[in-house]
Design a protein around this ligand. Structure first.
Ligand code: 3PG
Ligand code: CO
Length: 557
């Protein structure tokens, strides 16, 4: 059995009060310091003061290979970010593992592929997922690899059910991805496979809900993909997307397109999901696929009325999304194995933790933090608090639930029950994803005010704190050319950036309970999110686990 013993740190004493780890989701330190950097523009006296403390502020890497993504052109995201923060290690992530499985051909030899290939000669193979090259939840080139792999291995009939993005990629780009997919499908038809797009909708409206924030999103997806029912029908997907986006002066963004179904000339859906069909959820990332997986896989299902639950489906995920629930049972590529996460060290050493966020990020500070494990590691030592998120577009309420999270966390800090307090503020990320600059500035200001309150409470109980982030987002709200110049649309207005950024993130330490001598080292310049866990153990007064990436702090001589 693995040895989880923690040894006292030779020079850093244990704190009297708790250690708070506060994640400002989507808050990057961007090199572009102009009017489109909401972090820069926002009035943030608390964070500004933290930046000014010598040897207690630095930036850390939050994107690319530093968090297990295929390349340094890949922006960070909350899944890989929280995995790295919580586990102290860098592991190859889903995007990379699928690339390897496709390149090596291993995907086509696995049990998941064998299962779907049973449907190739006689039934339809359905692919459901996010159509873009954002690389956060899925990648179009991986879908194309799967489609070609199926057709060349005998699939007679293929149907694609596409979720339009505009969140990890620029709004409006969905038309381009539909065109690319149509080209691949035409190529397959040329080789004798009947291949079409059958249904779709915007990712924030259809299918891709997370953490059970709104099951009706999943129902809308089920109705469109499985039953062939939606508020809109079209005879081709490009027309669907262009039409649903609406006129120039009242654009509906790709994220929020209504569900649609593609029909034939007689008005019949071209690709409902029937008994014995194969279904592939082609996203590799878990959070937004768990609910649809349950809808397909569970016999007993109460979240909504499925009307019809096809029998004998050959159902697989691109990956297994939840290893504890074994969901789905079958998958194309084994998920990353993230072992010995920091939470396990804490509970094995009797250290009590409180973790809190609102619904939209709740699984981030629990499930992703714990290496994609659902539920408690040890319910006796942990308290996870979810504050229900609003069910609206977050630029309409940019404060989100920051005040409620702050109030609950203050109470937990003052209770004296917990040695570790873990908090995630969703605002800079969730509001940043709307592309609304003014609302995002406001969201950053709100979070700054909440951080101030929390730091004061931690000081009151002689605690220590880490304030950091998981990836950039609010720090750049405009699309730019290669030289960094903001891009303008045809109407002369700046083109909003809804996605994450490649920016590094801030890393602050402090607290009244932190001895003056504890400072950031200057010999780990390349540190990234995976270096935070070791640092956390040091600030708790322990040596860091040897398997973790190195600490960023030391006790000055
Ligand atoms: C989303 O799922 O909302 C975005 O694709 C990624 O955002 P997150 O990684 O911050 O959750
Ligand atoms: Co995000």
């Amino acid at each position: 059995t693995f040895d989880y013993t923690l040894k006292p740190h030779p020079t850093i004493p244990a704190p009297e009060g708790p250690l708070m780890v506060c994640i400002l989701d989507g808050f990057g330190e961007n090199e572009f310091k102009d009017g489109f950097n909401a972090v820069h523009v926002a009035n943030t006296p608390t964070i500004d003061a933290l930046r000014a403390v010598p040897k207690r502020f630095r930036t850390i890497k939050a994107h690319g290979t530093a968090v297990g993504l295929p390349s340094d052109a890949d922006m960070g995201n909350s899944e890989v970010g929280h995995n790295a923060l919580g586990s102290g290690q860098v592991v190859d992530q889903g995007a990379r593992l699928v690339d390897i499985a496709l390149e090596s051909g291993k995907m086509f030899e696995g049990d998941g592929w064998k299962l779907i290939s049973q449907a190739f000669p006689t039934n339809t193979v359905h692919f459901i997922g996010l159509l873009s090259d954002g690389g956060v939840h899925s990648r179009a080139d991986q879908l194309f690899g799967c489609l070609r792999g199926a057709a060349s291995r005998g699939a007679k009939r293929i149907r694609c059910h596409i979720l339009t993005d505009g969140r990890d990629v620029p709004d409006g780009s969905s038309v381009k991805y539909v065109e690319q997919l149509e080209e691949v499908l035409a190529e397959l038809r040329g080789s004798g496979c009947d291949a079409k797009i059958a249904s779709g909708g915007g990712r924030m409206k259809v299918t891709m809900d997370r953490y059970e924030a709104d099951w009706m999103m999943v129902k809308r997806g089920w109705d469109a993909h499985v039953l062939g029912k939606a508020p809109h029908t079209f005879t081709d997907a490009k027309t669907a997307v262009v039409t649903l986006r609406g006129p120039e002066d009242a654009i509906v963004s790709d994220q929020y397109l209504d569900a649609f179904v593609i029909v034939d000339e007689a008005g019949a859906p071209v690709g409902t999901i029937e008994d014995g069909d194969a279904v592939v959820l082609f996203n590799f990332r878990a959070d937004r696929m768990v609910e649809m997986s349950k809808a397909f896989e569970y016999e007993e299902f109460k979240a909504f009325d499925r009307e019809r639950h096809p029998k004998g489906l050959r159902f697989v995920g691109m990956m297994q999304y939840d290893g504890d629930l074994k969901l789905p049972a079958n998958y194309l590529v084994p998920p990353p194995e993230i072992l010995h996460v920091s939470g396990e060290y804490l509970v094995k050493n009797g250290i009590a933790t409180f973790a809190c966020s609102e619904t939209q990020k709740f699984g981030h500070v629990t499930f992703f933090w714990n290496g994609n494990r659902s539920g408690y590691l040890d319910a006796k030592l942990e308290q996870y608090l979810e504050i229900p998120s609003d069910k609206i577009e977050f630029n309409k309420a940019p404060d989100m639930k920051a005040r409620e999270i702050t109030a609950a966390s203050k109470e937990a800090i003052l209770s004296g029950k917990y040695k570790v307090i873990r908090v995630n503020f969703a605002n800079p990320d969730m509001v940043g994803h709307t592309g609304d600059l003014a609302a995002t500035i406001r969201s950053v200001e709100t979070v700054d005010a909440c951080v101030k309150e929390l730091l004061e409470i931690v000081d009151q109980v002689n605690g220590r704190w880490i304030v950091t982030s998981d990836h950039g987002n609010a720090d750049d709200m405009v699309q730019r050319d290669k030289k960094g110049k903001p891009l303008l649309g045809e109407d002369g207005k700046p083109l909003p950036l809804t996605s994450h950024t490649l920016a590094a993130v801030p890393f602050f330490i402090g607290g009244r309970g932190l001895p003056d001598g504890v400072v950031l080292r200057d010999d780990v310049p390349d540190a990234g999110l995976a270096n935070v866990a070791a640092t956390t153990f040091n600030l708790l007064g322990y040596d860091a686990p040897a398997i973790y990436k190195s600490t960023m702090v030391e006790m000055a001589a």
